[in-house]
Design a protein. Structure first.
Length: 69
């Protein structure tokens, strides 16, 4: 008789565990997406920085050329 009382409780634990596992799965997807977005953003900023450095170097060269004349 004692075992029959525990069966619904065990079934409830199994469904609760499955629900939590499903939630952790979504959490891991969300964290992975956040890291990917962050990495793409950082790479874009690095690219912009390099482009700006090239433009600044070009402007400096033009300025030095103009002052040299």
């Amino acid at each position: 008789m004692h075992l029959l009382v525990q069966i619904p409780f065990l079934a409830q634990l199994v469904t609760e565990e499955a629900r939590l596992q499903h939630q952790y799965e979504f959490l891991s997807y969300g964290l992975t997406a956040a890291w990917v977005i962050l990495a793409v953003y950082v790479l874009m900023m690095v690219g912009r920085e390099r482009k700006l450095k090239r433009e600044i170097a070009g402007l400096r060269a033009m300025l030095e050329e103009k002052h040299g004349e």
